[in-house]
Design a protein around this ligand. Structure first.
Ligand code: URA
Length: 233
């Protein structure tokens, strides 16, 4: 593998910034100074250092994005900015979003190039917990709690699994789901006569946005990645 590719895949900087690392004599391979990005390395054997710090080879990357409004969950789009635009500079091959949040939905979105885990997490058998905060267009009724607990039937007669609805005030609620059907929250609310006017995903599995501002992301810790992988079992 080319050394410059290894460094940009490691998420250190963009390809063009990495060129300067070489010029500035910041890169060592097995403690030898290397001046050429095209140098071939074996990431499983060679020890790569930048500024004397070992750069670990990572086949997979995992991020939580605090998705802002106005961005579509897609790799490319003709009309709107995409959630992947926040990650362009990292230059990580195969990086994509796990599932979708609507253009007007905000909150936790997992981004990874671990396709196998990503697919599993959005499959119905994964039962991953999702928590949403929502606002609706008219006053909520206590009787909804029971309806959601028993399982809502969508407009196309599809039945949803039991879900936990907690009323926060007249127009705000928290909804806990273990499914991820297309536009599920909006469709569930619509089937009981409400339009969702704002929607935020507070939790996906055990992941939250922590203190990220909209449009910011963080890389998962090793522990968090291990926890996510437990969903396979
Ligand atoms: N349910 C929806 O209706 N929209 C989302 O973005 C996520 C869940």
């Amino acid at each position: 593998m080319r050394l410059d590719k290894f460094l940009s895949n490691a998420g250190l900087a963009s390809r063009s910034e990495i060129k300067h690392f070489f010029k500035d004599k910041r890169v060592l391979v097995n403690d030898q100074l290397v001046r050429q990005g095209k140098t071939q390395i074996d990431p499983s054997k060679d020890i790569i250092k930048v500024d004397n710090e070992v750069i670990k080879y990572k086949p997979f990357y995992y991020f939580v994005l605090n998705k802002p409004k106005g961005y579509v969950s897609a790799n490319e789009d003709d009309k709107y900015p995409t959630v992947m635009e926040f990650f362009t500079d990292l230059n990580i091959k195969g990086l994509t979003h796990v599932g979708r949040l609507d253009k007007d939905t905000t909150g936790v979105l997992l981004i990874t190039n671990d396709g196998k885990l990503g697919h599993f997490l959005i499959s119905p058998k994964s039962n991953v917990k999702k928590i949403y905060s929502l606002t609706v267009d008219r006053d909520l009724d206590e009787s909804l709690i029971k309806q959601f607990k028993e399982g809502i039937t969508l407009e196309n007669k599809e039945k949803c699994k039991p879900a936990k609805l907690t009323l926060i005030n007249k127009r705000k609620a928290i909804l806990e789901l273990t499914e991820g059907k297309y536009h599920q929250v909006k469709r569930m609310m619509r089937s009981v006569g409400y339009e969702v006017t704002s929607l935020n995903r507070d939790l996906f599995a055990f992941l939250t946005v922590k203190d990220l501002k909209p449009g910011e992301y963080y890389e998962l810790t090793e522990n968090e990645v291990n926890e996510l992988n437990k969903y396979y079992r």
